[in-house]
Design a protein around this ligand. Structure first.
Ligand SMILES: [Zn+2]
Length: 452
């Protein structure tokens, strides 16, 4: 199979690599058209051809807000039988195509769309930020246009495969398997760290939450933890590993190990005996230790490096992965930091307010650096669901929570992607939060259930 490019572009090569080679596992030879054209031409061995329109903007992209589409067009099953769902959003080009026995001409520019979703250049040019300096969900085109909970890049790959099959492709496609990655950001390994933590909690129970019964529970928990007759409410590491092991999963614990802002103040250094005991247990049971880089580390190369080195020095495993504290992220700077230190994958990419597919894909993928114009030796393994979205930012009833989680997991199962779940150690064991253990166990149990 040959792929004729209309122009020589690093961005276009990356996008084709992602869709054809990475997602579908197809082999192809690249050729560059002698004169600039408006479409990518994929020619199969027998000469049948798929032509995909592509905007010349992708030849040498200038990132600017004016390049973000004002609205989205939709394919429907009745005008495109190759799409895997009932409809499919198209950000660039037109939602139409021409089909004949020997060729398909696709006027939808799914290449510019795929690049838009994966590179996250949208976040680079839209300067809106929330109170924590994060790109907010409601500034994203995918949220505004209602396709944030669709892995549209995976859907495009599926559509391309259906088209290539119609044209009689001889190659086999790559086989993916659904995976679940439970991850746990360890902002604070212990709730009770002395009397000041008790008084602060009692103050919150009585003044903020106005609950004498919560205050009584706090009092009880503090003294029982002190006497050693009860576990600290944040000491949920055994519970989390027990749950994972029941389903043959590996838990990933990302430790906050430093930082210089009030948002980092609950971290314990990795050399601390409490953290050392936790490390030992995680390591012995075959789970994973990773980095939870501090509040300011997402753009601070020196701070990032110092925290990583500190963790590596005291951890019994090689550190390969992690996530940014508060999901703070700057495109492409934060990816550059992770790649430069030789880490394998990062997992911050979800909007804090709602679960979904911020990069438009439901699995890990190699990232593209829009400044250096190259693919980095780093995978983004996008976070899909964190408990905080539905407990803190956008509260839902437990039933709704479970239903939404199940629906999302079924989407990921259907595309054989990777469902990355974040559940903090600190939201499992205290007050009304003991109910959260049931929620957590129920979500993990979906993994074993077949698609309904
Ligand atoms: Zn955190």
């Amino acid at each position: 199979m040959t792929v004729l490019l209309p122009f020589d572009s690093l961005e276009l090569k990356y996008t084709l690599h992602l869709l054809l080679r990475y997602l579908l596992g197809l082999d192809y030879e690249l050729e560059i058209a002698p004169e600039e054209q408006r479409s990518v031409e994929i020619t199969l061995l027998g000469g049948k051809r798929l032509s995909i329109a592509v905007d010349p903007w992708l030849a040498n992209p200038k990132y600017d807000k004016s390049q973000i589409p004002a609205s989205v067009k939709w394919f429907k099953k009745n005008n495109n039988a190759f799409i895997p769902e009932q409809d499919l959003p198209i950000l660039y080009g037109e939602a139409n195509l021409a089909v004949s026995p020997d060729r398909i001409d696709l006027n939808a520019d799914l290449l510019s769309t795929t690049f838009f979703m994966l590179s996250r250049w949208e976040e680079h040019v839209v300067k809106e930020r929330d109170q924590y300096g994060r790109f907010p969900a409601n500034a994203a085109l995918s949220v505004k246009s209602g396709f944030y909970q669709r892995p549209i890049v995976d859907e495009y790959a599926e559509m391309l495969w259906n088209m290539l099959q119609y044209l009689g492709i001889q190659q086999e496609r790559k086989k993916w398997e659904f995976k679940l990655f439970p991850t746990h950001d360890i902002d604070n390994p212990r709730k009770w760290r002395g009397l000041h933590t008790l008084f602060r909690t009692l103050g919150g129970d009585l003044l903020k939450r106005k609950s004498p019964s919560m205050a009584r529970n706090s009092w009880r928990s503090f003294w029982k933890t002190r006497q050693g007759t009860e576990k600290d409410p944040f000491d949920t590491f055994d519970f989390l590993m027990d749950c994972s092991e029941r389903y043959g999963l590996q838990s990933h614990f990302f430790f906050l190990c430093g930082g210089k802002t009030p948002f980092d103040k609950e971290a314990l250094p990795p050399s601390h005996p409490i953290v050392q005991r936790i490390f030992e247990k995680i390591n012995r049971r075959g789970h994973v230790i990773g980095l939870h880089s501090s509040y300011d580390a997402y753009t601070d190369e020196q701070l990032f490096k110092t925290e990583l080195e500190l963790l590596q020095k005291h951890a019994p495993q090689e550190i390969k992965c992690g996530r940014q504290h508060y999901l703070r992220f700057e495109v492409p700077t934060t990816w550059q930091l992770w790649a430069k230190e030789g880490l394998e994958w990062e997992s911050s990419m979800v909007y804090p307010e709602e679960a979904g597919f911020r990069c438009g894909i439901c699995r890990e993928f190699p990232v593209f650096d829009i400044h250096q114009r190259k693919m980095l030796p780093l995978f983004e393994r996008p976070l899909i669901l964190m408990e905080g979205s539905w407990m803190r930012y956008n509260p839902k009833s437990p039933d709704r929570f479970l239903e939404d989680a199940k629906n999302l997991m079924e989407v990921v199962k259907r595309y054989k992607g990777t469902f990355v779940l974040l559940w903090h150690n600190s939201t499992l064991g205290f007050h009304f939060e003991s109910e959260n253990r049931k929620l957590y166990e129920r979500i993990l149990s979906f993994v074993a259930e077949s698609e309904s």
